[in-house]
Design a binder for this molecule. Structure first.
Ligand code: FES
Ligand SMILES: [Fe+2]
Length: 432
């Protein structure tokens, strides 16, 4: 097979394989920052993180440091985190609050919460005509487009492209279900945000989210340890939630094959499992709180949609059943920051939020034994891809058997369709 030309990145993708340079070449990473993270809608944060005017968070869209701020009119601004004077970052902490205006810590220029020009010390020392002629010289540059879906705030650096709702397409159902599980329909980020830096390319994380052939080997040791712990408990002890979550990873292959995988346009997707009505007190209290608002039929419709590891590409992975959003922030070709947000369902019993926190701690936190298994495998992939032992990475399982529907593709749970779907989106964005 001929060596692909790195100046035409879409040629690095075949129907059932991808060239290793998409994970290892810094030049391709730099192109991704321009062509994917510089154009697509990227999740910035949730509006509950900035409830009051002047509240702000800092984060990144691709390689761009940005600031999300609640404006005085209640809207949300997403600004480049850069002072127009000499370029200093306006904020460096993860979050904070400004009383009346944003003020640069270097020379004291100030700005409205929408980035508009404020006061400049010794303004009469500047040429007033020159300042008036270039309004961008005085304001903090906003991102080209900002839009929210059910409180999830996205921004795009491109002035054109599909509206956010069209970009999200079929995966909106998952974000709706995430919020509909709250009796009020509102969710709020709560309990702090955990952060993990992974030693792998950002796409390795996305591929793993629907890689149902890895848990029984990658998570074998943690799964077996959970089973041993339960067996050591007194006869008849119900399996604690944490142990159920960890040992569920070592279910046999037929369990995973029975999941339904959906891939939507633009690389999004989800895993859908069969719903078995739970009988534990937390789930029953949650169900009762929803039924008090919606009645039994609508409640059952909400709770029986059993989606796991939804992919909102290239932003991250919401998990509707346990109220997480793992947000992906690529740092370098072989380094990726994951921000793990946990949400409270407004109007639901506290026990539901406590369960979400337990899930975060058991599965997603830096101290999780499950996460440690995955991090080790991601690092091995990244190191293995440096080898000249082969140039191609296989995406072949189930190739040619995907079912196409309007807005996406479907497959059985053990297909590598989600990876192929993500790389189809990758190739489209990477076109010049
Ligand atoms: S760099 Fe911000 S005021 Fe000078
Ligand atoms: Fe895993």
């Amino acid at each position: 097979m001929p060596v692909p030309d790195p100046s035409t990145p879409h040629t690095l993708i075949r129907d059932d394989r991808v060239h290793r340079s998409v994970y290892t070449d810094p030049a391709i990473f730099a192109l991704e920052m321009q062509r994917i993270f510089g154009r697509a809608w990227v999740y910035v944060g949730h509006d509950s993180q900035v409830p009051q005017p002047g509240d702000w968070i800092t984060t990144r869209i691709g390689d761009q440091p940005v600031l999300m701020v609640r404006r005085n009119d209640g809207d949300i601004a997403v600004l480049h985190n850069r002072c127009p004077h000499k370029g200093a970052q306006l904020a460096t902490a993860p979050c904070g609050h400004a009383e009346r205006f944003l003020r640069c810590g270097y020379h004291g220029w100030t700005f409205g919460f929408d980035g508009s020009a404020g006061a400049i010390p010794l303004r009469d020392g500047y040429d007033a005509a020159a300042l008036a002629a270039d309004p961008d010289a005085l304001r903090v540059k906003p991102l080209a487009r900002v839009a929210a879906y059910r409180g999830f705030v996205f921004a795009s650096r491109a002035t054109d492209g599909p509206p956010l709702e069209d970009f999200l397409g079929g995966v909106r159902t998952s974000l709706d279900n995430f919020c509909d599980r709250a009796p009020t329909g509102r969710v709020t980020v709560a309990g702090g945000i955990q952060r993990v830096i992974q030693r792998n390319n950002w796409k390795v994380f996305f591929e793993n989210l629907h890689d149902t052939m890895h848990p029984m080997t990658t998570h074998e040791s943690s799964g077996l340890a959970a089973r041993r712990l339960h067996r050591a408990m007194p006869e008849g002890t119900p399996k604690p939630f944490e142990l159920r979550i960890v040992d569920g990873n070592i279910e046999p292959y037929p369990f995973w094959a029975a999941l339904a995988l959906k891939g939507f346009d633009h690389g999004h997707g989800w895993m859908e499992a069969i719903f078995n009505p739970p009988t534990d007190p937390t789930s029953l209290a949650h169900q009762a709180a929803l039924e008090a608002v919606h009645g039994p039929d609508r409640t059952r419709a909400i709770l029986s949609l059993n989606l796991h590891n939804t992919i909102v590409w290239p932003s991250g992975s919401p998990h509707t059943a346990f109220q997480q959003f793992r947000v992906i922030r690529p740092l370098a070709v072989d380094r990726t920051l994951i921000e793990i947000q946990t949400f409270r369902l407004e109007g639901a019993p506290d026990a539901v939020f406590e369960r979400a926190l337990r899930y975060t701690n058991v599965v997603n936190s830096p101290s999780s034994s499950v996460m440690a298994d995955d991090l080790e495998m991601y690092a091995r992939v990244q190191r293995g891809l440096q080898s000249d032992g082969g140039d191609w990475v296989s995406l072949a399982r189930g190739a040619g058997r995907d079912t196409v529907f309007d807005g996406g593709v479907a497959s059985t749970g053990n297909s590598e369709m989600p990876m192929r779907n993500q790389f189809a989106a990758w190739a489209r964005w990477m076109q010049a």
